[in-house]
Write a protein that binds this ligand. Structure first.
Ligand code: IVH
Length: 687
């Protein structure tokens, strides 16, 4: 007892136990969808593991359940080749086309067995997961790659690791049970569940960002986010459907592949079936159309795959797709209903969005009673009148769209044209439409709707993540005059909160704790919280990475801002305008005074050329002037417009002219493009 080695081996033992328990419960929860313990019990196990790992860092391994969200955001994604191309599928849109395909398959199979595995066509994006052997005989996730162009994808490992249905490792026992070597590749689909999609879009709307059009795009965008903790929050799900060893499909057929993937601990979609005829295919499709409404994620059809591996090989591939598989695509679902009223919502930025209030109609499994009308132009283009009968579509998109206005005997036209309000529906102030923009905005900087939406936005999970700062609380804080800006949240007192409806000591303390915790959210989240136009999640991350502090960002010029990936003149202008407003600077000061942190870890900048000044002259053979300038500055060097004694190098191309003469005169070293690249440690492209 008390002996160091004993304690350590006890810790090692407990760590092993906890990890195995946590993995077992993650599997129950995320893969089998059948939790065995409460979230609180799970959290308790996780916290115990975190505590031990903190005390014994030597016990930490990358596949520990505590390590899903790696600390550091990625700086970009490396391109990597696929072990074998990730192909696409040919499509069929009718039973006839399926019958044609079935006939061709049977002809080409030349007597080999023809049965099909029918699966759902998940509306997400395909990725490849690479697992490699560990010392203990198990396998560990080493890489996750997007499909990309099918040949080369992007390495999104740090993001894929946050997807809970992706096992970070698999045990020797599971590998044995599956009869698999410890190095293999799994392919499948990443989807964003509808609930997660809706939540994300609500957040984006409040941020004044364009809503993602469908869960597929949202999932794709999320996988390319630079901050793994944001990806973790989006609750993506991975469904596995292919298994490869040494770049070859596992040879026991598709049905057996799905089973073995299940054995490995991966999530396999439960809706699949072996079918032998076109009739069986169509009844699987009919069932899928019925299930579609209640799955909780989007599907856009059914995939049929020849089951036998031998037959697959016999059939082979066309240029872009296997002959042994086909996608049956559903047609878009629509319904007809009446527009009862058009209401207008005011967003955080004061933007007015018209919404069609519909007579509820059942489309593709859900009741639709509202559809966004985007803006006044959209209503005009549709020629929509209040009372009109309209066709509403729910395609791959979750957000219903009004696509057509009817005018026939059965659907008499409405008669009330919609007049866009000239006053804000919330504060009755004037609304304006900026020249060249489609949206109307409320002009009142103090519009209560703006403040309300700003507070809600500030508290959102993807922003400052203040749990408990919902509609009801915000409304009461406003009604009682307790907050006039987001900074006032940090001055709230326990007694003030206890006085709110449905608040007690405990909930008041919990909310204050959340507010306190948000002070450490970091620069990127604060930037989003401030609600600078066009600065969404990704831009905020990139800005934080580049500038590292609010002060650095505040004093940045348009040119410096535009050096950040994805920041063009439109965004840089919005940022400059934001920091030019005294009210915004006052708000930032108030937040700082309250203790809100506004720094971030900066991107490691090279200092190779630090302290050196370059002058560019003439035309370089491959680099544009901008590219050369960027390269020098990225390496820590400066560029100047004219040659002086302070110039360290002149980079001269063709027709360099007077600057070159001046350099020779002042005996300043002259480089050509290859010389510059050599100085940067890069190979010249002409070599
Ligand atoms: S098999 C070479 N199975 O559909 C085989 N794909 O239209 C291609 N998809 O790129 C993949 N669910 O992103 C397969 N059960 C499923 C699928 C599925 C969705 C996607 C996948 C693929 C696209 C082709």
């Amino acid at each position: 007892m008390g002996d160091h080695t004993n304690t350590d081996s006890a810790a090692a033992h407990r760590v092993k136990e906890l990890r195995s328990e946590l993995r077992r419960h993650e599997h129950f929860y995320y893969v089998l969808d059948a939790p065995q313990i409460s979230d609180a019990q799970y959290d308790a196990l996780m916290n115990e593991l975190k505590r031990i790992e903190t005390a014994h860092p030597e016990l930490l391994t990358p596949d520990s359940p505590t390590q899903r969200v790696g600390g550091k955001p990625a700086e970009g994604f490396k391109k990597v080749s696929h072990s074998r191309p990730m192909l696409s599928l040919d499509n069929a849109y009718s039973a006839e086309e399926l019958a044609d395909w079935d006939r061709r398959v049977r002809e080409l199979a030349g007597g080999l067995p023809v049965e099909y595995t029918a699966e759902l066509k998940l509306d997400g994006l395909s990725i490849a997961l690479h697992y490699e052997a560990t010392e203990s005989g198990g396998a560990r996730l080493v890489r996750g790659i997007t499909r990309g162009d099918g040949q080369i994808g992007e390495d999104v490992t740090s993001n894929v690791r946050t997807i809970r249905s992706v096992p970070l490792s698999t045990s020797a026992d599971r590998l044995n049970a599956a009869g698999l070597p410890p190095t293999f590749e799994v392919r499948g689909e990443v989807v964003m569940p509808e609930a997660a999609f809706q939540r994300m879009n609500e957040e984006r709307e409040q941020q004044g960002l364009a809503a993602a059009v469908n869960p597929r795009n949202a999932a794709a965008g999320t996988l390319r986010t630079l901050e793994p903790s944001i990806v973790a929050n989006r609750r993506l799900v991975f469904f596995a459907y292919f298994l490869l060893v040494d770049g070859e499909y596992w040879p026991h057929g598709q049905r057996a592949t799905l089973d073995v993937l299940t054995t490995l601990g991966l999530r396999v979609n439960p809706h699949s079936k072996l079918v032998a005829s076109v009739e069986e295919m169509t009844s699987f499709i009919d069932q899928a159309e019925l299930d579609r409404a209640t799955l909780g994620y989007e599907i856009d059809g059914v995939v049929l795959k020849v089951d036998s591996h031998a037959t697959q090989q016999r059939l082979g591939y066309t240029g872009r797709a296997p002959r042994w598989a086909i996608a049956y695509k559903f047609t878009a679902k629509s319904g007809v209903t009446q527009v009862r009223e058009i209401t207008v919502q005011v967003g955080r930025t004061g933007k007015l969005t018209p919404v069609a209030e519909l007579t509820p109609v059942f489309i593709g499994g859900t009741t639709v009673s509202r559809a966004t009308l985007h803006n006044a132009d959209f209503i005009e283009r549709l020629g929509l009148l209040v009372g009109d009968w309209v066709k509403v579509e729910r395609g791959g998109d979750v957000i219903p769209k009004v696509v057509e206005v009817f005018e026939d005997a059965d659907h008499p036209r409405g008669s009330v044209p919609f007049a866009f309000p000239m006053r804000c529906p919330e504060c009755q102030s004037d609304v304006v439409r900026v020249e060249g923009e489609v949206d109307y905005r409320c002009v009142n900087a103090n519009c209560p709707a703006k403040l309300r939406e700003s507070l809600l936005h500030f508290g959102r999970r993807s922003v400052m993540n203040i749990e408990g700062l919902g509609d009801a609380v915000v409304q009461q804080l406003l009604d009682r005059g307790l907050v006039h800006s987001v900074a006032d949240l940090y001055a709230l007192k326990k007694d003030e909160l206890i006085a709110l409806d449905r608040f007690a000591e405990k909930s008041a303390i919990a909310l204050l704790d959340e507010i306190e915790r948000s002070k450490k959210a970091g620069l990127a989240r604060v930037l989003m919280g401030l609600g600078i136009r066009f600065v969404g999640e990704r831009t905020a991350e990139l800005l934080a990475l580049e500038f590292g502090s609010i002060e650095a960002l505040e004093s940045a010029t348009a040119e410096e801002l535009e050096r950040v990936e994805e920041v063009g003149p439109r965004i840089s202008q919005a940022i400059l305008e934001f920091f030019a407003q005294p009210a915004n600077l006052a708000l930032i000061q108030k937040l700082k005074d309250a203790g809100v942190g506004m720094t971030a870890e900066r991107k490691q900048r090279s200092t190779q050329l630090a302290g050196l000044t370059f002058v560019l002259s003439g035309t370089l053979p491959t680099l544009s002037r901008e590219e050369a300038k960027r390269k020098i500055e990225d390496a820590g060097g400066k560029t100047a417009g004219s040659v002086s004694k302070k110039t360290n190098y002149v980079v001269a191309g063709e027709e360099a002219g007077s600057k070159l003469e001046k350099a020779l005169e002042l005996k300043i070293p002259v480089l050509d493009e290859a010389g510059l690249l050599a100085l940067l440690g890069e190979n010249s492209q002409t070599e």
